[in-house]
Design a binder for this molecule. Structure first.
Ligand code: ADP
Length: 552
């Protein structure tokens, strides 16, 4: 047999191609950004394309070298999108800093990543001052988000202080002749640190190849289903796993983008939805829990956009939330992913073999699962006794691998607690997969409640508690117990004006769980602490109840 070779061009996958495609084919698509004063600023894709290339050109002129890290400390807006494409176009690596972290942690992360420049919203300069001592950036590029003039110090910076540039001036003065930095498809484009919910933050570095493949897959009809006819509202911060990669995928297809800026209060989001109705939106469950409560508490004040589809993930999505939005014609599609997985690794869609076969209750129960793996991502469940069947019952650690799953952490020796010997990422999530391929996340390993040799899923309990009409939010934690090792304690926030006591709540749950699975203590609290990415922060709750004494 004679050997045969592929005749295809070995063109490397490149983020620059997505930018060129969007700029050339969709110059009239729109990008709308909400400014600090709540007014809206509009750009066309044509403007964005020109400004992004100008940013890249300006960065090169400032001496950015290939592989240099340029950090961003920004809300969601057009200039942040310019950084998404412009920094890699110049050969740099965009490093999104999470503005909700404690200042010391932001400084630690910037230092660990060796960030050279920082693009920062002017309104976040006070935050910068709080971590400036931890890391010296060479240069601050201040985006005049609030419209106020940036005070740029004349001449050379003082000893030990960064130079300061005005973002808009840099773009205006950028050399017009610009060539993309050369690159291989495996060269880095962006990095993001895990938010450290369960440990020290770890750096994940995305490549041209991983980002392009992730964008193509996210946009597929069964997953986020993005098209040039869409209006996409990314509520997920652009520093949270690159807003789940959606700004890349949405601009690739020429969709209109609506960025909420710093205004994430439910009233503000609902107001924005009236002005610029989205067809697709994304955010963590706590955003949508707050939004639907505000919506239902103010009948007639707002309309939810007809046919809106929301992609919700990052934490378990209560079935009750999915049902509430469905009543208003809004679809809530649950996805699962991690910073390490670019992040979209699974998302709900109704597989053809199930269409027309599910009762309403079965359909909602299925929507409360974490969806079906996306193409190119392999998933497996590793139990104590080896690989688990996909039967929906056998539970073990969810492990994944694929071309947009991280194979290591930045500047960290690989550890068997993160990666298996045969090259899979250990997610630390406990899950089962059913015969149709739907993933059910039972818990994070660290959040499971170990009671008398049995496991109790905190996620199942939370979802059931949040289905009670008087409950706004609930988080269940394990508390050490002298006899049973651990027992569940439920922290519950009542809806404003609602009354419910522990006995009523226990009665409500008793039909759904075996009695040994029910929480032994139910504490009513004012609010559940949130992590920097808006998830329930169980570490804080565990600290609060560390000295809890069970009755003898
Ligand atoms: P952090 O680990 O700091 O929260 P990530 O945003 O990367 O940062 O979070 C990834 C984790 O979020 C997953 O390992 C999983 O525990 C949780 N998660 C994501 N999506 C879901 C989901 N649909 N259901 C339950 N947990 C989820």
């Amino acid at each position: 047999m004679s050997a045969i070779k592929s005749t295809m061009m070995p063109t490397p996958l490149s983020l620059n191609r997505l930018l060129e495609h969007a700029g050339r084919l969709f110059p009239q698509s729109e990008i709308v950004s909400r400014l600090p004063d709540k007014s809206l600023r509009r750009h066309s894709y044509g403007d964005w394309y020109g400004r992004t290339r100008a940013l890249a050109s300006a960065l090169k002129k400032l001496g950015l070298r290939k592989g240099d890290r340029v950090a961003t400390l920004c809300w969601n807006h057009h200039a942040h999108l310019e950084c998404y494409f412009g920094i890699p176009a110049a050969g740099g690596v965009m490093h999104t800093l999470n503005l909700r972290l404690a200042p010391d942690d932001i400084g630690w992360i910037a230092h660990h990543a060796k960030d050279r420049f920082l693009v920062i919203d002017d309104i976040l300069l006070p935050l910068y001052e709080k971590f400036a001592a931890h890391h010296r950036f060479e240069r601050l590029i201040v985006f005049p988000f609030s419209g106020a003039a940036v005070s740029v110090r004349a001449g050379e910076p003082h000893e030990g202080e960064p130079a300061i540039d005005d973002y808009e001036q840099l773009l205006a003065q950028a050399p017009a002749d610009f060539d993309y930095a050369e690159h291989d498809e495996d060269d880095p484009v962006a990095m993001c640190y895990t938010s450290g919910t369960t440990g020290r933050p770890k750096g994940v570095v995305y490549s041209h190849r991983s980002t392009v493949l992730h964008s193509l897959i996210a946009a597929l009809p069964d997953y986020v289903a993005l098209s040039s006819r869409d209006t996409v509202l990314p509520v997920t911060p652009m520093f949270h796993a690159n807003s789940w990669g959606i700004p890349y995928a949405a601009s690739m297809v020429g969709a209109k983008l609506v960025f909420p800026g710093p205004h994430l209060h439910p009233d503000d989001l609902l107001d924005l939805m009236q002005l610029e109705p989205p067809t697709a939106a994304l955010g963590v469950p706590t955003i949508w829990l707050a939004l639907i409560q505000a919506f239902e508490a103010n009948p007639g004040r707002w309309k939810l956009p007809t046919g809106l589809r929301t992609m919700v993930g990052g934490a378990a999505v209560p079935e009750s939330l999915i049902r509430k939005f469905a009543k208003h014609g809004v679809s809530v599609d649950q996805g699962w992913g991690m910073t390490e997985t670019s992040p979209l690794a699974s998302l709900f869609f109704e597989k053809p073999e199930l269409v027309g076969k599910l009762s309403e209750d079965q359909w909602f129960a299925r929507k409360a699962l974490a969806g079906v793996p996306v193409p190119l991502v392999e998933t497996r469940i590793m139990g104590d006794d080896g690989l688990c069947e996909w039967n929906g019952r056998d539970v073990g650690e969810l492990q994944v691998r694929g071309p947009f799953i991280t194979g290591s952490y930045h500047d960290e020796a690989p550890s068997p607690s993160n990666f298996t010997d045969d090259g899979w990422l250990r997610t630390g999530d406990v899950a089962a997969i059913d015969e149709h391929g739907y993933i059910r996340i039972a818990d994070r390993t660290k959040d499971l409640i170990k009671s008398g040799g049995e496991w109790i899923s905190s996620v199942d309990l939370e979802n059931a508690i949040m289905a009670h009409p008087a409950v706004a939010e609930a988080a269940v934690i394990a508390v050490a117990h002298p006899k049973w090792t651990e027992r569940p304690l439920a922290c519950v926030v009542r809806k404003p004006g609602a009354s419910i006591d522990a006995g009523e709540l226990r009665d409500f749950l008793s039909g759904r769980f075996a009695s040994w699975q029910l929480p032994d203590a139910i504490e009513f609290i004012d609010e559940i602490p949130r992590t920097s990415t808006g998830k329930f922060w169980k570490v804080k709750l565990r600290q609060r109840y560390a000295d809890w004494r069970w009755p003898e």
